[in-house]
Ligand binder design. Structure first.
Ligand SMILES: [Mg+2]
Length: 162
């Protein structure tokens, strides 16, 4: 049974490919669209909030592993009111998801939640990350967004280990 779901951000939770480009001040339209000072916009994908709510209800821990400047991630998540969903957010200026995931698992362990790799799910639109995740961290269940699942709500049906 999955006890932790780790999400990528760009192109997984929203449609923009790189929020590190975004410059303040931000404005938020209808809750799910964020526009920066230069007119760049991102849109949170339709069922993201509902999926995060459902996962929380099931007592699943939530984390984020994203290749972005940490201060940008923090500000975008706060502006969109998404920050409160995540137990751990690891945002780094390098692309190595397996390093971020091991940091997430270490932080949870330090706060009293020790998880086996079999209990962890990682959702990312880039399959290229999965090889190192499996090599270094073992049997984490990796889902390729838009291929293994086409709607975030489908993640809910993948929590049972098959
Ligand atoms: Mg991505």
């Amino acid at each position: 049974m999955i006890k932790l779901v780790i999400f990528d951000a760009d192109k997984t939770l929203w449609d923009h490919y790189n929020i590190s480009e975004f410059e303040e001040p931000f404005s938020v339209i209808d809750g799910n669209v964020l526009r920066d000072s230069k007119g760049r916009t991102l849109k949170v994908f339709p069922n993201v909030r509902r999926t995060l709510d459902e996962l929380k209800k099931k007592d699943v821990k939530l984390a984020m592993a994203t290749w972005n400047f940490p201060h940008k991630t923090e500000k975008v998540l706060r502006a969109l009111d998404l920050d409160h969903y995540f137990d751990v957010i690891v945002s780094r200026d390098f692309p190595f998801k397996f390093i971020m995931i091991s940091e997430i698992m270490r932080k949870l362990r330090e706060s009293g939640t020790s998880l086996k790799s079999e209990e962890v799910m990682f959702v990312d639109d880039r399959r290229a990350h999965f090889g190192n995740v499996w090599l270094y961290l073992g049997k984490i269940k990796c889902l390729e967004m838009w291929k293994d699942v086409n709607d975030h709500l489908e993640i809910l049906s993948k929590l049972e280990r098959s």
